[in-house]
Design a protein around this ligand. Structure first.
Ligand code: ADP
Ligand code: MG
Ligand code: ZN
Length: 483
């Protein structure tokens, strides 16, 4: 059954991203992922009595930057608040967060939809600290005999980005999340390592009859950590709500969790059980006054964002598709930009980056950031094709050799004698030899069988280990055969 004829999906997302600072938000402990348990901790992030937090200025810099990248209004006056609740991964029994005066609000980002571009509202962006992590001794929380807590992540700075309920389909939600994560990556707010849990989503889902202007009752599904889970979860949850509504039943306003294994959402707590977090201003931190010069300094340091980059690549003659693939990661886009400065054709370069080089990197799980083939070397290779020194086919082999040895393409071509034979005199002899040895094909060609020419070209290429200039071979063969 599909709900989409009767109902329209309404969705808003709260996204948490871990910020790319070296140290935590209120102490000097490292934010590095994967250290030995409870080694990146100190009295402050362990919440021991009598300690005082000191705000990491870089967190504020990045929060302002994120706000600017998302077209937000940056507050002149902002403060931290305590969000009070008890859970073992939260050593202070409150999370230092922001409540009524977030650092950024009223922004937007733009997504592509089948009906054109659409702006999705950003309600607010605020700073807060991450909690620690429960470590269960058994496989799961239900079968384990005991649990410990790793506080390495406690106090790692987070940005929470809340969208307006502007999203109307699963595809729109995914487009929004992908664009948001790309912007965070490009602006250097977060390293966006989804597999390490540095980006997490809470999705709010409701349905309404098509044509209705009022919102329906929503559920909130917490802590999704991949695009794929978001997609599956939304598909499941909208079907679940549609079935209830079609039966004349009500959707309960509640918090749910996504069970990845079963592929279903489960109720966590209802509205009645909702926490009262007793928010109040954090007395241990002074409010943040953000002067406009500060904002302007950060605006000036903001690098080109994905949407602008895509437009620029399109203006070089690349297709929408190529521009989207090349900008899908900042590292790949930067690689393209650097190689392009060496005066190569944009489309040819795009093809080599998205094709052969991507394939090589993928084998070893390398990224464009640490590509063994530098942008200069790739451009050098393409210039060797362009000036006729090597053929495209040989170039593929040379690329692999650069990848393996790190040597420059010019050096490899010289050492291995791969330069194309473009000397008509030298080729003529080989062509004559091939014609003499393949009289049957020559007869076929003269009898009108065009494909025989391809075979003869192939024989010349074979005789020269692929080094003959194919254009010249064609020309020479035709000349000799027309006599
Ligand atoms: P809370 O603080 O309880 O999480 P908010 O009002 O801050 O509630 O909203 C949280 C998220 O829920 C926002 O992203 C918002 O866009 C979204 N949202 C609000 N109402 C609805 C609705 N009826 N359907 C879907 N999403 C909604
Ligand atoms: Mg919420
Ligand atoms: Zn610490």
């Amino acid at each position: 059954m599909s709900f989409s004829d009767k109902f329209e999906l309404v969705c808003g997302v709260e996204t948490h991203v871990e910020m790319a600072t070296k140290t935590k938000i209120f102490c000097g402990c490292s934010t590095e992922f994967g250290g030995e348990q409870n080694t990146h901790v100190c009295p402050v992030c362990l919440g021991l009595p009598g300690v005082l937090p000191v705000l990491n200025k870089e967190v504020v810099n990045l929060a302002i930057k994120a706000g600017l990248a998302l077209n937000c209004i940056i507050a002149e006056y902002s403060k931290f608040d305590r969000k009070n609740y008890y859970y073992p991964d939260l050593p202070k029994n409150y999370q230092t967060s922001q409540y009524d005066l977030p650092i950024c609000k009223n922004g937007w980002l733009e997504i592509n939809t089948p009906c054109g571009k659409k702006k999705i509202g950003i309600t607010r962006v605020h700073m807060e600290e991450d909690a620690g992590k429960l470590v269960h001794s058994g496989e799961t929380i239900t079968t384990s005999k005991s649990s410990g807590v790793d506080y390495n992540r406690a106090g790692v700075p987070l940005l929470e980005i809340v969208s307006e309920p502007d999203l109307r389909s699963v595809d729109e939600v995914l487009a929004y999340l992908e664009e948001l994560v790309q912007i965070m990556d490009y602006a250097g707010i977060s390293d966006c390592r989804m597999e390490q849990g540095s980006v997490r989503f809470d999705v709010n889902v409701s349905l309404r009859p098509r044509g209705s202007s009022e919102f329906g009752t929503r559920t909130e599904i917490k802590n999704l950590n991949s695009f794929n889970s978001v997609r599956r979860c939304l598909e499941y949850e909208s079907e679940r709500q549609a079935e209830l509504l079609l039966k004349g039943e009500k959707v309960e306003q509640e918090t749910r969790t996504w069970d990845e294994g079963q592929g279903i959402t489960l109720s966590l707590r209802s509205k009645e059980e909702a926490h009262d977090y007793r928010y109040f201003p954090e007395p241990d931190l002074v409010p943040i006054i953000i002067e406009r010069e500060w904002v302007e300094r950060i605006r000036a340091s903001l690098s080109e964002l994905p949407a602008a980059k895509r437009e620029r690549l399109k203006s070089l003659g690349l297709s929408e598709y190529d521009a989207a693939v090349l900008t899908s990661s900042k590292a790949m886009a930067d690689y393209f930009d650097e190689a392009f400065t060496f005066g190569v054709d944009a489309k040819t370069l795009a093809n080599w980056i998205m094709g052969d080089l991507s394939a090589l990197l993928k084998i070893d799980g390398c990224s464009f950031e640490n590509s063994p083939v530098s942008p200069r070397q790739l451009a050098g290779l393409l210039n060797l094709i362009k000036d006729g020194t090597i053929s495209g086919k040989i170039a593929k082999a040379v690329l692999e050799e650069i990848y393996k040895t790190g040597k420059d393409p010019e050096v490899i071509v010289k050492e291995k004698g791969l330069a194309q034979i473009s000397d008509a005199g030298a080729l003529e002899k080989i062509v004559e030899g091939v014609l003499a040895a393949n009289t049957k094909s020559v007869e076929d060609y003269l009898a009108g069988k065009e494909t025989a020419l391809g075979y003869l070209v192939g024989q010349v290429m074979k005789a020269t280990q692929g080094r003959a200039n194919p254009g010249l071979v064609n020309k020479l063969l035709k000349e000799k055969l027309s006599r």
